[in-house]
Design a protein around this ligand. Structure first.
Ligand SMILES: [Fe+2]
Ligand SMILES: [Fe+2]
Length: 183
């Protein structure tokens, strides 16, 4: 699979989890919310979205684009990096909310929901910008051999995750939650 196709496929998985999260957070009221499922969503975001996906962008794709003339300090790459950090901040606050909620503070649900929903909106827009602007741009400026080496790199890193969790934990979780929340 081409490098950019791998990234777009990961976007599809993240968007599916966003759809699930929106239903999960809006379906249940704060007294019946399945906090264990919310924690699994956060774990997915931290690892699948922020580690496996965002690090492919930050450490590999954006770096190559920089080597081929694009700035990391301003313009589209700077904006994407800024949005990754904004997302991390929302997740940090949601995790804080979960801790309070688990200690019995039901009012912390508002903090969880507010920050997770803000994350979902941010990432939905972020993904649209990458799919429609940044990725096509990268395919124009990067030489074919760089893109093909990147694809090998991505494939290899996906098949070499701890306990194959990329596939066996995170992609399976999407399936599992789709059956619960999207049917
Ligand atoms: Fe990104
Ligand atoms: Fe992305």
């Amino acid at each position: 699979m081409k490098a950019i196709e791998i990234l777009v496929k990961e976007h599809d998985s993240i968007l599916k989890m966003i759809e699930i999260t929106t239903i999960l957070l809006n379906k249940e009221d704060k007294t019946t919310i399945n906090i264990e499922h919310v924690e699994k969503v956060i774990d997915f975001i931290k690892n699948f979205a922020d580690k496996y996906h965002h690090l492919k962008e930050e450490d590999i794709l954006f770096l190559e684009m920089e080597k081929h003339g694009m700035s990391r300090e301003f313009g589209p790459i700077a904006m994407m990096l800024h949005e990754h950090n904004e997302g991390r901040n929302y997740i940090r606050l949601a995790v804080e909310g979960i801790e309070r909620f688990k200690q019995g503070d039901i009012s912390a649900f508002a903090q969880i929901k507010e920050n997770l929903m803000a994350y979902c909106i941010l990432l939905t827009n972020h993904i649209a910008k990458e799919n429609n602007i940044l990725y096509p741009m990268s395919e124009q400026i990067l030489p074919a051999n760089v893109l093909s080496a990147m694809s090998d790199d991505f494939e290899k890193s996906n098949t070499n995750t701890f306990e194959n969790e990329y596939y066996d934990k995170y992609l399976k979780l999407i399936e599992e939650f789709s059956n619960i929340y999207l049917n």
